[in-house]
Design a protein around this ligand. Structure first.
Ligand code: HEC
Length: 214
């Protein structure tokens, strides 16, 4: 009888092990599926498109935002931009007021349409994505910790924008937190203010702006 108990025990153990293995492989699949937000690159250094970014955290929409004085004869159709960030980085920001390594932020442009369905005035976003750019924090990979990639067409791989391009200097000089424009992301600005993570450049600029009464 004793050996029989052992056999049964062994069988139970095997069954439990099998169950555990099956469960583990299921969970690791789920983790893989959820972690597509992790930045990935081709051998030549292009960035793979962040596939499901439309399911990430929506930070803000701008319409016709322009950081330069408007030049005469400039094209006159309106454009929306939408900014998204991967959920892991967003949750970390809520705790710390700044971005963790492997943060991926996406900005996409969509044409502002006005004629359609029951709309009488104002603008709504048209279906097609006109352009897409990514700001990614990958500390071991990029000398300045962050890099920009341009996705043109939006469905293809992203091309690295070289350090020294105006993208970097404007973001460093004017962005509120860690070279990102948190001053325009309404759910994040109060967090960064409370945690004291606003950049000196931004605070100085704000002080000058309020002194000038703007
Ligand atoms: C003169 C300043 C300026 C320049 C130059 C600039 N940006 Fe930005 N960028 C902004 C502002 C302002 C926002 C906030 C947009 C919003 O609120 O919708 C922004 C937001 C972004 C975001 C969203 C994530 C973040 O960092 O806040 C990305 C991605 C981005 N820009 C990419 C680029 C790329 C790529 C270039 C160069 C081709 C570039 N930017 C050049 C001012 C600039």
């Amino acid at each position: 009888m004793y050996p029989k108990v052992l056999v049964v025990l062994a069988a139970v153990c095997l069954a439990v092990t099998l169950l555990a293995v099956t469960f583990a492989s299921h969970t690791s699949k789920a983790v893989l599926a959820a972690s597509t937000a992790t930045p990935a690159y081709t051998e030549s250094g292009d960035m793979l498109p962040p596939g499901d970014y439309r399911g990430w955290i929506f930070l803000s929409s701008g319409i016709d935002m322009n950081y330069f004085p408007k030049a005469a004869g400039m094209e006159d159709h309106s454009t929306f931009d939408n900014v998204f960030v991967n959920p892991e980085a967003y949750r970390s920001f809520l705790n710390t007021g700044t971005w963790p390594d492997k943060t991926v932020m996406v900005i996409e442009g969509r044409e502002a349409a006005s004629k359609g369905s029951i709309n009488k005035s104002g603008h709504f976003q048209s279906g097609g994505v006109m352009g897409m750019e990514v700001h990614v924090k990958d500390e071991a990979r990029f000398p300045g910790k962050w890099a920009f990639f341009s996705f043109d067409p939006p469905s293809g791989n992203g091309t690295l924008i070289p350090q020294g391009a105006p993208c970097y200097s404007c973001h460093v000089a004017h962005a509120a937190v860690d070279t990102t424009f948190v001053q325009f992301y309404p759910t994040l600005l109060p967090v960064a203010t409370a945690k004291g993570t606003l950049s000196k450049a931004f605070l100085d600029e704000e002080a000058a702006r309020s002194a000038a009464g703007k």
